[in-house]
Design a protein around this ligand. Structure first.
Ligand code: FES
Length: 154
């Protein structure tokens, strides 16, 4: 099953290529074989949930990594960040069937690229959520200048 599924996935890879307007990108390389996968994610709001709208990938690697990345970018569509973070390499490569032992790291590399992209999305969002309040900004400016005093009106 693995060989047949691999061939059909490679004949028509899905979501291949860069995504210029992506919300996040993650890259992982395998120290074992020198291959690499990069994944781009775009989020959207759907029914009050922030979900993955689209994912694309580039793979400088073996055919298995390309096939798994292609399937993974389809499987994660519509999932929240939390749901996508829970997906294992086995789940992401499930449509291929069980990977041969020497190809297991190929699926793990795709999982790593997905998690790196999800983490990057968090890093982008965090400063906006934890941004300084107006009072923090004024206090910081006051410390810098050493002479700004905040006075509250009654
Ligand atoms: Fe290294 Fe597939 S990613 S052989």
């Amino acid at each position: 099953m693995y060989e047949t599924a691999l061939q059909s996935a490679l004949e028509n890879p899905q979501n291949l290529g860069e995504m210029p307007d992506a919300d996040a990108v993650g890259t992982v390389g395998s120290p074992d074989c020198g291959d690499m996968v990069r994944m781009w994610l775009k989020f959207t709001e759907k029914d009050g949930r922030k979900v993955i709208d689209k994912a694309t990938f580039q793979s400088f690697g073996c055919q298995t990594a390309i096939a798994v990345a292609s399937m993974a970018t389809e499987l994660i569509r519509g999932k929240t960040k939390e749901e996508a973070l829970k997906m294992s390499a086995e789940e992401l490569s499930a449509p291929l069937g069980a990977l041969p032992p020497m190809k297991i790291h190929c699926g793990q590399m795709v999982e790593g690229a997905l998690k790196a992209a999800l983490d990057a999305e968090q890093a982008v969002a965090a400063p906006a959520l934890a941004g300084p309040t107006l009072s923090d900004s004024l206090a910081a400016a006051g410390r810098q200048a050493g002479r700004i005093k905040i006075v509250f009106d009654n």
